[in-house]
Design a protein around this ligand. Structure first.
Ligand SMILES: [Zn+2]
Ligand SMILES: [Zn+2]
Length: 344
């Protein structure tokens, strides 16, 4: 089978890989669609993510869905021919975090397509992928694999939303209208919030409008447009910072109403950020952060499969896996693309 292998900075090659034999409880999934995530782009451009360099040949990808092609001994949860979304998160199940429903903080996490461990956890951008049956969540026949593959970013978003408490009737600000910010917008609206969203380029904001944004703000063209003189201390109950940009963080702190909650979702290129602590303190703002997800994955699959959340506008491009280089370049251009998928 062929896989999309990262050899170095902006050096992706589609090349043959051995299929490994299946162990007890394992299944082989014929991957049909794989979503390119911001973390994949960090690996592509920098050959590292944060403090974790890539140290061996590395198959990218942690957002994927397909069809079960083969089952190993003892498999009971899925059968050949089942369509599934692959949960890339493998918490150990044993540590104190896993035993207290906080798997995302697991002390021994294995997450697909991540260089945090060595040897790296290889990703699923491949024609076939072997994984444990418990990582597979069944998807109904009518749901395309490119939609099912959105279960992973939607899980990240559901987990982020859980940090902000009930959103029914609340005013929410989202900074950054990339795929994650756009999905936060859609999910927060589903949860009953009024949602405004910012970005510094107009194209993603058009997608945000298609997803039902109550207001969009191009903060490059009209700085200060989020502010409302009628609410000098801010007017939002919750803010989700999805851009990883210090100026957006400052906007969140300015525009949150006293007592509001800020959830940090985006990754910062330079993590050393200074905060206006006086504002944080005097408004009693709660600052939280959100990392990956816990038990949200089956819920995300269900929301997508049932059509209760329609992320169609987020899906901007699909490329054959053989054109992975072009797919990654397209995904890197925020003016041209939102979520880009590889088709296997
Ligand atoms: Zn992702
Ligand atoms: Zn654990």
């Amino acid at each position: 089978m062929k896989a999309v292998v990262l050899h170095g900075i902006e050096d992706l090659r589609v090349e043959p890989r051995e299929e490994r034999p299946l162990g007890p409880g394992e299944v082989r999934v014929r991957v049909e669609s794989g979503g390119i995530c911001g973390s994949d782009l960090h690996y592509f451009h920098d050959h590292r993510i944060g403090d974790f360099p890539v140290r061996e040949l590395f198959v990218l990808g942690h957002e994927g869905a397909g069809t079960v092609a083969e089952v190993g001994p003892g498999v009971t949860l899925v059968a050949v021919g089942d369509r599934v979304a692959i949960n890339p998160s493998h918490p150990c199940g044993q540590c104190a975090y896993c035993r207290s429903d906080r798997e995302q903080l697991c002390a021994d996490m294995l997450f697909l397509g991540s260089s945090r461990r060595f040897p790296h956890a290889q990703g699923l951008f491949a024609e076939t992928f072997a994984t444990h049956e418990r990582q597979c969540v069944k998807v109904p026949a009518g749901t395309p694999s490119r939609v099912a593959a959105l279960a992973e970013p939607l899980s990240v978003v559901l987990h982020a939303l859980s940090h902000a408490g009930p959103l029914l009737g609340r005013r929410v600000l989202v900074t950054g209208a990339g795929p994650i910010g756009a999905i936060v917008l859609a999910a927060a609206r589903l949860a009953g919030a009024t949602v405004e969203i910012t970005d510094v380029t107009p194209e993603p904001l058009r997608v945000a409008e298609a997803l039902g944004a109550d207001r969009v703000h191009d903060v490059a063209a009209t700085p200060g447009s989020v502010a409302d003189p009628a609410f000098p201390r801010g007017r939002f109950d919750a803010a989700f910072e999805c851009s990883g940009h210090p100026a957006a963080l400052a906007t969140c702190l300015d525009q949150l109403a006293p007592g509001g909650t800020l959830v940090q979702v985006g990754t910062y290129a330079d993590p050393k950020v200074s905060l206006p602590m006086d504002r944080l303190m005097a408004k009693e703002i709660t600052l939280k952060s959100s990392f990956r997800f816990a038990r949200d994955f089956p819920v995300a699959v269900d929301l997508l499969a049932s059509g209760r959340i329609d992320l169609g506008p987020v899906l901007s491009h699909e490329f054959a896996a053989a054109d992975a280089m072009e797919a990654f370049r397209t995904a890197s251009d925020r003016r041209r693309s939102m979520k880009v998928h590889l088709r296997f």
